[in-house]
Ligand binder design. Structure first.
Ligand SMILES: *Cc1c(COP(=O)(O)O)cnc(C)c1O
Length: 397
Protein backbone atom coordinates (compact mmCIF):
# COMPACT_ATOMS: atom_id res chain seq x y z
CA UNK A 1 0.00 0.00 0.00
CA UNK A 2 1.50 3.36 -0.95
CA UNK A 3 2.22 5.78 1.86
CA UNK A 4 -0.65 8.16 2.64
CA UNK A 5 -0.20 11.70 1.29
CA UNK A 6 1.57 14.03 3.65
CA UNK A 7 1.66 17.81 3.84
CA UNK A 8 5.46 17.83 3.58
CA UNK A 9 5.42 16.24 0.14
CA UNK A 10 5.35 18.29 -3.06
CA UNK A 11 2.16 18.90 -5.00
CA UNK A 12 2.83 16.39 -7.80
CA UNK A 13 3.73 13.72 -5.22
CA UNK A 14 0.52 14.33 -3.31
CA UNK A 15 -1.52 14.23 -6.53
CA UNK A 16 0.00 10.80 -7.29
CA UNK A 17 -0.94 9.34 -3.93
CA UNK A 18 -3.99 11.15 -2.51
CA UNK A 19 -7.34 9.33 -2.42
CA UNK A 20 -5.77 5.88 -2.80
CA UNK A 21 -4.52 4.76 0.60
CA UNK A 22 -6.93 2.78 2.75
CA UNK A 23 -9.19 1.64 -0.09
CA UNK A 24 -9.45 -2.14 -0.33
CA UNK A 25 -8.76 -2.65 -4.00
CA UNK A 26 -7.02 -6.03 -4.19
CA UNK A 27 -3.70 -4.42 -5.06
CA UNK A 28 -4.98 -2.44 -8.00
CA UNK A 29 -3.57 1.08 -8.21
CA UNK A 30 -6.91 2.81 -8.79
CA UNK A 31 -10.12 2.58 -6.79
CA UNK A 32 -13.00 1.12 -8.82
CA UNK A 33 -16.17 2.95 -9.82
CA UNK A 34 -18.82 2.24 -7.20
CA UNK A 35 -22.25 2.66 -8.76
CA UNK A 36 -25.39 2.27 -6.71
CA UNK A 37 -28.68 3.48 -5.34
CA UNK A 38 -29.71 0.91 -2.68
CA UNK A 39 -27.34 0.32 0.22
CA UNK A 40 -28.18 -2.79 2.27
CA UNK A 41 -28.13 -2.72 6.07
CA UNK A 42 -27.28 -5.85 8.09
CA UNK A 43 -30.23 -5.20 10.46
CA UNK A 44 -32.82 -2.58 11.43
CA UNK A 45 -30.70 -1.18 14.27
CA UNK A 46 -27.94 -0.35 11.75
CA UNK A 47 -30.50 1.43 9.63
CA UNK A 48 -31.45 3.64 12.61
CA UNK A 49 -27.78 4.35 13.41
CA UNK A 50 -27.06 5.07 9.72
CA UNK A 51 -29.82 7.67 9.51
CA UNK A 52 -28.13 9.58 12.34
CA UNK A 53 -24.67 9.48 10.76
CA UNK A 54 -25.64 10.33 7.22
CA UNK A 55 -23.37 13.37 6.88
CA UNK A 56 -20.31 11.48 7.98
CA UNK A 57 -19.26 9.47 4.94
CA UNK A 58 -21.53 6.72 6.18
CA UNK A 59 -23.21 5.10 3.21
CA UNK A 60 -26.96 4.79 3.68
CA UNK A 61 -28.26 5.50 0.20
CA UNK A 62 -26.81 6.35 -3.21
CA UNK A 63 -27.64 10.05 -2.98
CA UNK A 64 -25.28 10.38 0.01
CA UNK A 65 -22.41 9.39 -2.26
CA UNK A 66 -20.20 6.33 -2.17
CA UNK A 67 -16.54 5.34 -2.06
CA UNK A 68 -15.71 6.91 -5.46
CA UNK A 69 -17.15 10.27 -4.34
CA UNK A 70 -15.37 10.06 -0.99
CA UNK A 71 -11.99 9.30 -2.60
CA UNK A 72 -12.36 12.40 -4.79
CA UNK A 73 -13.56 14.49 -1.84
CA UNK A 74 -10.40 13.58 0.06
CA UNK A 75 -8.20 14.59 -2.89
CA UNK A 76 -9.94 17.95 -3.40
CA UNK A 77 -9.83 18.73 0.34
CA UNK A 78 -6.09 17.99 0.13
CA UNK A 79 -5.62 20.37 -2.85
CA UNK A 80 -7.66 23.15 -1.23
CA UNK A 81 -6.08 22.72 2.21
CA UNK A 82 -9.48 22.23 3.89
CA UNK A 83 -10.87 19.51 6.15
CA UNK A 84 -14.05 18.41 4.36
CA UNK A 85 -15.35 18.53 0.80
CA UNK A 86 -18.67 17.91 -0.92
CA UNK A 87 -18.66 16.84 -4.57
CA UNK A 88 -21.47 18.28 -6.69
CA UNK A 89 -22.72 17.61 -10.20
CA UNK A 90 -21.32 20.80 -11.79
CA UNK A 91 -19.21 23.81 -10.86
CA UNK A 92 -22.38 25.88 -10.94
CA UNK A 93 -24.07 23.51 -8.45
CA UNK A 94 -21.03 24.05 -6.20
CA UNK A 95 -21.71 27.81 -6.45
CA UNK A 96 -25.45 27.46 -5.80
CA UNK A 97 -25.48 24.97 -2.90
CA UNK A 98 -23.30 26.98 -0.44
CA UNK A 99 -25.18 30.21 -1.32
CA UNK A 100 -28.49 28.50 -0.52
CA UNK A 101 -27.00 26.90 2.60
CA UNK A 102 -26.08 30.25 4.15
CA UNK A 103 -28.83 32.59 2.82
CA UNK A 104 -32.56 32.84 3.53
CA UNK A 105 -35.40 35.29 2.85
CA UNK A 106 -34.57 38.78 4.15
CA UNK A 107 -30.79 38.25 3.95
CA UNK A 108 -28.36 40.31 1.90
CA UNK A 109 -25.48 38.95 -0.20
CA UNK A 110 -22.45 40.75 -1.66
CA UNK A 111 -20.99 39.56 -4.98
CA UNK A 112 -18.09 40.99 -6.98
CA UNK A 113 -19.14 42.65 -10.23
CA UNK A 114 -16.67 40.36 -12.02
CA UNK A 115 -18.43 37.21 -10.76
CA UNK A 116 -18.93 34.18 -13.05
CA UNK A 117 -22.02 35.03 -15.16
CA UNK A 118 -24.27 32.12 -14.12
CA UNK A 119 -23.61 32.95 -10.42
CA UNK A 120 -24.85 36.49 -11.10
CA UNK A 121 -27.82 34.97 -12.88
CA UNK A 122 -28.73 32.87 -9.81
CA UNK A 123 -28.58 35.98 -7.61
CA UNK A 124 -30.74 38.11 -9.90
CA UNK A 125 -33.38 35.47 -10.65
CA UNK A 126 -34.18 32.72 -8.11
CA UNK A 127 -32.42 34.27 -5.10
CA UNK A 128 -34.08 37.62 -5.73
CA UNK A 129 -37.46 35.88 -6.05
CA UNK A 130 -36.92 34.21 -2.67
CA UNK A 131 -36.34 37.61 -1.04
CA UNK A 132 -32.53 37.46 -0.93
CA UNK A 133 -31.05 40.77 -2.06
CA UNK A 134 -27.63 40.93 -3.75
CA UNK A 135 -25.36 43.95 -4.21
CA UNK A 136 -22.63 43.70 -6.85
CA UNK A 137 -19.47 45.41 -5.58
CA UNK A 138 -16.25 46.60 -7.19
CA UNK A 139 -13.95 43.53 -7.04
CA UNK A 140 -11.02 45.82 -6.16
CA UNK A 141 -12.68 46.97 -2.92
CA UNK A 142 -10.39 47.37 0.15
CA UNK A 143 -11.13 46.43 3.77
CA UNK A 144 -12.80 49.74 4.71
CA UNK A 145 -14.78 49.73 1.45
CA UNK A 146 -16.04 46.20 2.16
CA UNK A 147 -16.91 47.14 5.76
CA UNK A 148 -19.04 50.01 4.41
CA UNK A 149 -20.92 47.65 2.06
CA UNK A 150 -21.94 45.21 4.79
CA UNK A 151 -25.45 45.73 6.17
CA UNK A 152 -26.93 44.32 9.40
CA UNK A 153 -28.62 41.57 7.31
CA UNK A 154 -25.59 40.72 5.13
CA UNK A 155 -24.86 37.00 5.64
CA UNK A 156 -22.58 36.09 2.72
CA UNK A 157 -19.65 37.91 1.15
CA UNK A 158 -18.92 36.11 -2.10
CA UNK A 159 -15.54 36.43 -3.81
CA UNK A 160 -13.97 35.17 -7.03
CA UNK A 161 -10.33 35.97 -7.67
CA UNK A 162 -9.34 36.71 -10.32
CA UNK A 163 -12.71 37.69 -11.78
CA UNK A 164 -14.29 35.80 -14.67
CA UNK A 165 -13.20 37.26 -18.05
CA UNK A 166 -11.75 40.50 -16.61
CA UNK A 167 -9.22 38.96 -14.17
CA UNK A 168 -9.33 41.48 -11.30
CA UNK A 169 -7.38 40.00 -8.34
CA UNK A 170 -9.25 40.56 -5.08
CA UNK A 171 -7.73 41.34 -1.68
CA UNK A 172 -9.38 38.25 -0.19
CA UNK A 173 -7.65 38.49 3.25
CA UNK A 174 -8.83 42.13 3.67
CA UNK A 175 -12.35 41.32 2.45
CA UNK A 176 -12.49 38.30 4.82
CA UNK A 177 -11.39 40.40 7.81
CA UNK A 178 -14.18 42.93 7.14
CA UNK A 179 -16.71 40.12 6.59
CA UNK A 180 -15.80 38.10 9.68
CA UNK A 181 -15.81 41.22 11.91
CA UNK A 182 -19.51 41.49 11.00
CA UNK A 183 -20.40 37.80 11.24
CA UNK A 184 -20.59 37.06 7.48
CA UNK A 185 -19.52 33.84 5.77
CA UNK A 186 -16.90 34.24 3.03
CA UNK A 187 -17.48 32.10 -0.06
CA UNK A 188 -14.89 32.01 -2.83
CA UNK A 189 -14.88 30.65 -6.36
CA UNK A 190 -11.25 29.46 -6.45
CA UNK A 191 -11.35 27.71 -9.84
CA UNK A 192 -8.68 29.90 -11.52
CA UNK A 193 -6.38 29.65 -8.48
CA UNK A 194 -6.56 25.86 -8.01
CA UNK A 195 -3.54 24.72 -5.97
CA UNK A 196 -1.91 28.18 -6.28
CA UNK A 197 -4.33 29.94 -3.91
CA UNK A 198 -4.79 28.30 -0.51
CA UNK A 199 -8.21 29.70 0.45
CA UNK A 200 -8.24 28.78 4.15
CA UNK A 201 -4.97 30.64 4.78
CA UNK A 202 -6.68 33.80 3.54
CA UNK A 203 -9.89 33.74 5.55
CA UNK A 204 -12.24 31.88 3.18
CA UNK A 205 -14.97 29.71 4.78
CA UNK A 206 -16.19 27.82 1.69
CA UNK A 207 -13.98 27.31 -1.37
CA UNK A 208 -15.70 26.45 -4.63
CA UNK A 209 -14.06 24.61 -7.53
CA UNK A 210 -15.36 23.84 -11.00
CA UNK A 211 -13.62 20.44 -11.26
CA UNK A 212 -14.80 20.56 -14.88
CA UNK A 213 -11.69 22.67 -15.56
CA UNK A 214 -8.11 21.56 -14.74
CA UNK A 215 -9.08 18.64 -12.47
CA UNK A 216 -11.07 16.98 -15.26
CA UNK A 217 -8.51 18.33 -17.67
CA UNK A 218 -9.91 16.63 -20.77
CA UNK A 219 -13.12 18.58 -21.53
CA UNK A 220 -15.22 15.46 -20.99
CA UNK A 221 -16.84 15.86 -17.55
CA UNK A 222 -18.80 18.37 -15.46
CA UNK A 223 -18.21 18.37 -11.69
CA UNK A 224 -17.87 20.81 -8.82
CA UNK A 225 -16.74 20.87 -5.21
CA UNK A 226 -17.38 22.92 -2.08
CA UNK A 227 -14.59 22.57 0.49
CA UNK A 228 -14.70 23.86 4.05
CA UNK A 229 -12.48 24.00 7.11
CA UNK A 230 -14.96 23.27 9.91
CA UNK A 231 -17.46 20.53 10.74
CA UNK A 232 -20.17 23.17 11.23
CA UNK A 233 -19.75 24.55 7.70
CA UNK A 234 -19.51 21.01 6.33
CA UNK A 235 -22.84 20.10 7.92
CA UNK A 236 -24.43 23.24 6.44
CA UNK A 237 -23.16 22.56 2.90
CA UNK A 238 -23.67 18.79 3.03
CA UNK A 239 -27.22 19.05 4.31
CA UNK A 240 -28.14 21.72 1.72
CA UNK A 241 -26.78 19.46 -1.04
CA UNK A 242 -28.75 16.53 0.36
CA UNK A 243 -31.98 18.51 0.80
CA UNK A 244 -31.70 19.74 -2.79
CA UNK A 245 -31.09 16.20 -4.08
CA UNK A 246 -27.67 17.05 -5.48
CA UNK A 247 -25.65 14.13 -6.74
CA UNK A 248 -22.63 13.56 -8.98
CA UNK A 249 -22.06 10.57 -11.24
CA UNK A 250 -19.46 8.16 -9.82
CA UNK A 251 -18.15 7.64 -13.36
CA UNK A 252 -17.38 11.36 -13.56
CA UNK A 253 -15.77 11.24 -10.10
CA UNK A 254 -13.59 8.38 -11.35
CA UNK A 255 -12.58 10.43 -14.41
CA UNK A 256 -11.78 13.36 -12.10
CA UNK A 257 -9.59 11.03 -10.00
CA UNK A 258 -7.83 10.02 -13.21
CA UNK A 259 -7.43 13.69 -14.18
CA UNK A 260 -5.96 14.64 -10.84
CA UNK A 261 -3.02 12.22 -11.26
CA UNK A 262 -1.57 14.34 -14.08
CA UNK A 263 -2.90 17.73 -13.01
CA UNK A 264 0.31 19.03 -11.42
CA UNK A 265 2.22 18.47 -14.69
CA UNK A 266 -0.56 19.78 -16.94
CA UNK A 267 -1.07 22.88 -14.82
CA UNK A 268 2.68 23.59 -14.81
CA UNK A 269 3.12 23.06 -18.56
CA UNK A 270 0.00 25.04 -19.45
CA UNK A 271 0.85 27.90 -17.07
CA UNK A 272 4.33 28.23 -18.60
CA UNK A 273 3.00 28.07 -22.15
CA UNK A 274 0.23 30.52 -21.25
CA UNK A 275 2.73 33.04 -19.90
CA UNK A 276 4.84 32.70 -23.04
CA UNK A 277 1.79 33.37 -25.22
CA UNK A 278 0.68 36.25 -22.94
CA UNK A 279 4.12 37.92 -23.10
CA UNK A 280 4.23 37.51 -26.89
CA UNK A 281 0.79 39.10 -27.24
CA UNK A 282 1.69 41.93 -24.86
CA UNK A 283 4.61 42.89 -27.12
CA UNK A 284 2.40 43.10 -30.23
CA UNK A 285 1.39 46.58 -31.47
CA UNK A 286 -2.19 45.37 -32.16
CA UNK A 287 -2.64 44.57 -28.45
CA UNK A 288 -3.49 47.29 -25.92
CA UNK A 289 -3.30 45.15 -22.79
CA UNK A 290 -3.05 41.53 -21.66
CA UNK A 291 -5.16 40.76 -18.57
CA UNK A 292 -2.92 38.17 -16.89
CA UNK A 293 -2.33 38.50 -13.12
CA UNK A 294 1.20 37.03 -13.43
CA UNK A 295 2.35 39.83 -15.78
CA UNK A 296 3.96 42.81 -13.99
CA UNK A 297 1.71 45.10 -16.08
CA UNK A 298 -1.45 43.67 -14.43
CA UNK A 299 -3.06 46.30 -12.13
CA UNK A 300 -3.19 43.85 -9.18
CA UNK A 301 0.06 42.02 -9.93
CA UNK A 302 1.37 42.83 -6.41
CA UNK A 303 -1.68 41.19 -4.80
CA UNK A 304 -1.30 38.13 -7.02
CA UNK A 305 2.39 37.88 -6.02
CA UNK A 306 1.52 38.18 -2.34
CA UNK A 307 -1.27 35.58 -2.25
CA UNK A 308 -0.76 33.12 -5.15
CA UNK A 309 2.09 30.63 -5.61
CA UNK A 310 1.58 30.41 -9.38
CA UNK A 311 -0.83 30.80 -12.24
CA UNK A 312 -3.04 28.85 -14.64
CA UNK A 313 -3.31 29.37 -18.40
CA UNK A 314 -6.47 31.50 -18.69
CA UNK A 315 -6.20 35.23 -19.43
CA UNK A 316 -7.70 38.14 -21.39
CA UNK A 317 -6.46 40.08 -24.42
CA UNK A 318 -7.54 43.67 -25.10
CA UNK A 319 -7.03 44.90 -28.66
CA UNK A 320 -6.21 48.53 -29.50
CA UNK A 321 -9.29 50.80 -29.46
CA UNK A 322 -8.97 51.42 -33.21
CA UNK A 323 -10.30 47.89 -33.82
CA UNK A 324 -14.02 47.05 -33.74
CA UNK A 325 -15.86 44.11 -32.17
CA UNK A 326 -16.29 42.72 -35.71
CA UNK A 327 -12.49 42.87 -36.22
CA UNK A 328 -12.02 40.89 -33.02
CA UNK A 329 -14.68 38.33 -34.09
CA UNK A 330 -12.86 37.90 -37.43
CA UNK A 331 -9.55 37.35 -35.63
CA UNK A 332 -11.06 34.73 -33.29
CA UNK A 333 -12.90 33.05 -36.19
CA UNK A 334 -9.64 32.78 -38.15
CA UNK A 335 -7.77 30.82 -35.45
CA UNK A 336 -7.18 27.16 -36.35
CA UNK A 337 -5.79 25.78 -33.09
CA UNK A 338 -7.95 27.80 -30.69
CA UNK A 339 -11.52 26.48 -30.56
CA UNK A 340 -14.33 28.94 -29.86
CA UNK A 341 -15.90 27.57 -26.71
CA UNK A 342 -16.82 28.18 -23.09
CA UNK A 343 -15.27 26.23 -20.22
CA UNK A 344 -11.49 25.77 -19.99
CA UNK A 345 -8.79 23.74 -18.23
CA UNK A 346 -8.73 21.03 -20.90
CA UNK A 347 -5.77 19.91 -23.01
CA UNK A 348 -6.85 22.08 -25.96
CA UNK A 349 -6.50 25.80 -26.53
CA UNK A 350 -9.58 28.03 -26.70
CA UNK A 351 -10.43 31.62 -27.57
CA UNK A 352 -13.77 33.31 -26.90
CA UNK A 353 -15.04 36.90 -27.22
CA UNK A 354 -15.50 38.82 -23.96
CA UNK A 355 -16.75 42.13 -25.41
CA UNK A 356 -20.49 41.92 -25.96
CA UNK A 357 -20.97 39.00 -23.53
CA UNK A 358 -20.47 40.63 -20.12
CA UNK A 359 -22.87 42.06 -17.55
CA UNK A 360 -21.29 44.61 -15.21
CA UNK A 361 -23.24 47.00 -12.98
CA UNK A 362 -20.75 48.32 -10.35
CA UNK A 363 -17.93 49.35 -12.71
CA UNK A 364 -17.54 49.23 -16.45
CA UNK A 365 -15.37 46.14 -17.04
CA UNK A 366 -14.41 48.01 -20.19
CA UNK A 367 -10.70 48.04 -20.94
CA UNK A 368 -10.94 50.46 -23.83
CA UNK A 369 -10.75 47.97 -26.70
CA UNK A 370 -12.39 44.77 -27.95
CA UNK A 371 -11.49 41.93 -25.58
CA UNK A 372 -11.32 38.15 -25.87
CA UNK A 373 -10.27 35.36 -23.54
CA UNK A 374 -7.60 32.77 -24.22
CA UNK A 375 -7.10 29.35 -22.65
CA UNK A 376 -3.77 27.77 -23.51
CA UNK A 377 -3.76 23.97 -23.75
CA UNK A 378 -0.98 21.43 -24.22
CA UNK A 379 -0.06 22.23 -27.82
CA UNK A 380 3.47 23.40 -28.75
CA UNK A 381 3.89 27.15 -28.12
CA UNK A 382 5.46 27.93 -31.56
CA UNK A 383 2.39 26.42 -33.26
CA UNK A 384 0.07 28.55 -31.12
CA UNK A 385 2.11 31.70 -31.80
CA UNK A 386 2.07 31.06 -35.55
CA UNK A 387 -1.72 30.68 -35.41
CA UNK A 388 -2.08 33.93 -33.42
CA UNK A 389 0.28 35.67 -35.86
CA UNK A 390 -1.96 34.78 -38.80
CA UNK A 391 -5.01 35.75 -36.69
CA UNK A 392 -3.59 39.21 -35.94
CA UNK A 393 -2.92 39.45 -39.69
CA UNK A 394 -6.68 39.53 -40.32
CA UNK A 395 -6.94 42.90 -38.51
CA UNK A 396 -7.29 45.96 -40.75
CA UNK A 397 -4.06 47.85 -41.42
C1 LIG B 1 -16.75 27.04 -15.46
C2 LIG B 1 -16.85 27.81 -14.20
C3 LIG B 1 -17.80 27.49 -13.23
C4 LIG B 1 -18.90 26.46 -13.44
O1 LIG B 1 -18.45 25.20 -13.74
P1 LIG B 1 -19.41 24.17 -14.54
O2 LIG B 1 -18.90 22.84 -14.15
O3 LIG B 1 -19.22 24.49 -15.98
O4 LIG B 1 -20.81 24.41 -14.07
C5 LIG B 1 -17.77 28.20 -12.05
N1 LIG B 1 -16.88 29.18 -11.84
C6 LIG B 1 -15.96 29.52 -12.75
C7 LIG B 1 -15.00 30.59 -12.45
C8 LIG B 1 -15.92 28.86 -13.96
O5 LIG B 1 -15.04 29.22 -14.89
Amino acid sequence: MPEAPHGKHGFATRMSHAGRAGVRIHGFVNPPVHRGSTVLFPDCESRVAGAKKRYDQFMTYGTQGGPTHYALEDVIAEIEGGTRCTILGTGLAAVAVPLLAFLKAGDHCLMPDSVYGPARNLATTLMQGWGIETTFYDPCVDEAGMAALIRPNTKVVYTESPGSHTFEVQDVPAISRAAHARGCKVLMDNTWGIHHFQPFRHGVDVSIQALTKYVGGHSDILLGSATVNSEEDHLAVRSAASILGQYASPDDCWLALRGVRTMAMRLKAQAEAGLEVARWLEARPEVKQVLHPALPSHPQHALWKRDFSGTCSLFGVVLQPRYSQEDMFRLVDSLRLFGIGASWGGFESLAIPTTGFLTRTAETGDFGGPTFRIHVGLEEVPDLLADLEQGLGTLPR
